[in-house]
Ligand binder design. Structure first.
Ligand code: PEP
Length: 247
């Protein structure tokens, strides 16, 4: 079974030429065993799709919850689809904490993506350090899932990728241990079975994100049996990212 390896470049690199260099370094060395999706800054997408559209699948890091109109600075799901991207990350913890996005907005984005495009949404959830220390991880991810999936029908669930990304592990070099990832995975399945019913148990795609690197990728994929990974920092280092992609 192919694993999903998603690169989240965040607001990097500063120049499009540097991004091209990274893609050129990956080209031909990613072996195709897994599904690799590159999510660069949206402003680079047009050029990347023209030059590397045959080599990679592309996605974006965010979208708005309306398709068009007077929303300065925003990009919509239909725009993303029309340019040729296939995936869209929503609810990333940096969007939630820095840009104050809430579950209600993320739910609107998810509904619009699923109802009006063929894009695959990657819904990020996860607890922060205080919540983990207070042993509230289950409650936090249950609340996020319930709110973000409000009014999303069961039949659409297999179109969504759920990214479990503990906030304390993102960009810190401190990754979740095998037992924590397995625990979170089991919790997500249980919460979704409670929201919907048991029939969805084997239809959910759950990936892990948070300081994934070439050393821990085997633990995440083979130890925790995750369906894939969301990779930030290491996805900008071609040598490391190739090893991650070829797991
Ligand atoms: C992320 O941005 O989603 C992420 C997981 O980042 P990093 O791999 O750098 O922790």
């Amino acid at each position: 079974m192919k694993k999903l390896i998603i690169a989240n470049w965040k607001c990097n690199p500063e120049k499009i030429i540097e991004g091209m260099k990274i893609l050129n370094s990956l080209k031909g060395l990613v072996d195709g065993k897994n599904k690799v999706v590159i999510c660069p800054p949206s402003v680079f997408l047009g050029q990347f799709l023209a030059d590397f559209g045959q080599d990679f699948t592309f996605g974006v890091q965010n979208c708005y919850f309306e398709q068009k109109g007077a929303y300065t600075g925003e990009i919509s799901p239909k725009m993303i689809q029309s340019i040729g991207a296939k995936y869209v990350i929503i609810g990333h913890s940096e969007r939630r904490s820095i840009f104050k996005e809430n579950d209600d907005e993320i739910n609107k984005k998810l509904s619009l993506i699923l109802n009006e495009t063929n894009l695959i949404p990657v819904l990020c959830i996860g607890e922060n350090r205080e919540e983990r220390e207070a042993e509230k991880t289950y409650q936090v991810i249950a609340r996020q899932l319930m709110n973000c999936l409000d009014n999303i029908p069961k039949e659409k669930l297999n179109k969504i990728v759920i990214a479990y990304e503990p906030v304390w592990a993102i960009g810190t070099g401190i990754y979740a241990t095998e037992d924590k990832i397995i625990d979170a995975r089991n919790s997500i399945v249980k919460i979704l079975c409670d929201i919907y019913d048991k029939s969805i148990e084997n239809k959910i795609n759950i990936i892990y994100g948070g300081s994934v690197n070439k050393e821990n990728i085997d633990m995440v994929i083979n130890g925790c049996k995750m369906d894939g990974v969301l990779v930030g920092g290491a996805s900008l280092k071609p040598k490391d990212f190739i090893l991650i992609c070829n797991i």
